[in-house]
Design a protein around this ligand. Structure first.
Ligand code: PLP
Length: 399
């Protein structure tokens, strides 16, 4: 591994040269089933013909002009996302953390513009992950990520997930918003039950708080609906997106109701790269596919098949798999051994998964993964479980 890179990541000693559909290929021709999707990013898999075509055509025409000028592709993507969601307004940025930062800024500005600047605090939940910028580290409140980075940014309060009494108690006259992931991704695919999401919405209404949903990981069809909030039958005031939005092209977005965004005026927020022509072309191309009739139905159907198969593996290997959880193609296996061992065993069988909290490994295939590729994946995960069982037996015998 190159000494020239900062040592921020514990990378696997594995590199890929190209991708096709749900497979990644190394330069020497080894083929891996990508059930990690680059951490829930490659919604359309790799080298999707439509995405490739749109990006190639756009690259030959124009890349970047800045937000000093109108960007028709940006207006188009904003209008489409607004038409498909609760929102009236969209703002584009470059990552999930940046989207969340912007969401908190919009919430604070809202209250300030209403003459209540004292309302600036945001309540977040234990086990959350909102990103790595200084403020989002504070929102995330995970000691592991905060350690050594100086005083925590002020203005965030934290409560346990699914503890309504604690949530109510945390609300003060200074609270501006509640921010929550409908399913905690990095936290280990921990779902917020529908009733809890509804109760949070109600609480926001009763206490005049803005509800910010962080759909950076759950959005863009990952759970089988375009946005995860649709399952709960509620709507947020502000929502953040990133990951799948560009299908691999870096892009984030903040969507908001006109009311929630009413504090925003020219000059109050911005970014050089955000919403540039290339990113918007990617976002529109991803949406072209996700909005095709029947696409999300197929995600639901195939992901329930996959989940069922994983549940069968749990029955067969209760010594390896403790639980299968999640929704749509945002699934995770909670393992009885260290999750890094499970991830390594999958990799030995040429399947890529992503570790997450609570000793889980996420299995988050591209939304386009065929039933055949899922079945192939299940076969390989089965082999990985067997491999782990045999290794545990051997280790037990050696004691
Ligand atoms: N929010 C959620 C729910 C995430 O899962 C992530 C990334 O994993 C982020 C925010 C941060 O996104 P990014 O890494 O693009 O800054």
């Amino acid at each position: 591994m190159s000494e020239a890179l900062m040592s921020t990541y514990a990378r696997a000693d594995l590199a890929f040269e190209r991708g096709e559909g749900s497979y990644l290929y190394t330069a020497d021709g080894r083929r891996y089933l990508d059930f990690g999707s680059g951490i829930a990013v490659s919604a359309l898999g790799h080298s999707h013909p439509h995405l490739v075509k749109v990006i190639q055509e756009q690259a030959a025409k124009l890349w970047h002009t800045s937000n000093l000028y109108r960007i028709p592709e940006q207006e188009k993507l904003a209008e489409r996302l607004v038409a498909q969601s609760f929102a009236d307004k969209a703002f584009f940025c470059n990552s999930g953390a940046e989207a969340n930062e912007g969401a908190v800024k919009i919430a604070r500005k809202y209250w300030s513009s209403k003459g209540k600047p004292e309302k600036y605090r945001v309540i977040t939940f234990e086990g959350a992950f909102h990103g790595r910028t200084l403020a989002m580290l504070a929102a995330t409140n995970n000691k592991k990520y905060l350690d050594g980075f100086g005083p925590k940014v002020e203005g965030f309060d934290h409560v346990p997930l699914n503890d309504m009494a604690a949530l109510k108690a945390a609300i003060t006259p200074e609270t501006a918003a509640i921010m929550v992931e409908p399913i905690q991704g990095e936290g280990g695919i921990r779902a917020v039950p529908t009733e809890t999401l509804r109760a949070i919405r109600k609480l926001c209404d009763e206490h005049e708080l803005l509800l910010i949903l962080d759909e950076v990981q759950t959005g863009m069809g990952r759970t089988g609906k375009l946005f995860a909030y649709e399952w709960a039958g509620i709507t947020p005031d502000i929502m953040t997106l990133a990951k799948g939005l560009g299908g691999g092209f870096p892009v984030g977005a903040i969507l908001a109701t006109a009311e929630a965004a009413s504090g925003i005026a020219p000059g109050t927020h911005g970014t050089t790269f955000g919403g540039n022509v290339m990113a918007m072309a990617a976002g529109n191309a991803v949406l072209d596919i996700l909005l095709q009739p029947g696409f999300l139905d197929r995600v639901q159907k195939r992901s329930s098949y996959f989940r069922q198969q994983l549940a069968m593996l749990q029955d067969r290997y209760p010594d390896v798999i403790e639980e299968v959880r999640g929704q749509g193609f945002l699934l995770a296996v909670k393992t009885r051994l260290p999750n890094t061992d499970f991830q390594a065993a999958l990799r030995d069988e040429h399947v890529l998964g992503v570790t997450a909290g609570e000793n889980t490994v996420r299995l988050i295939p591209p939304l386009t993964t065929s039933e055949e590729d899922l079945a192939e994946g299940v076969k390989r995960i089965d082999a990985a479980c067997l491999r782990l069982r045999e290794a545990a037996k051997k280790a037990g015998a050696a004691k």
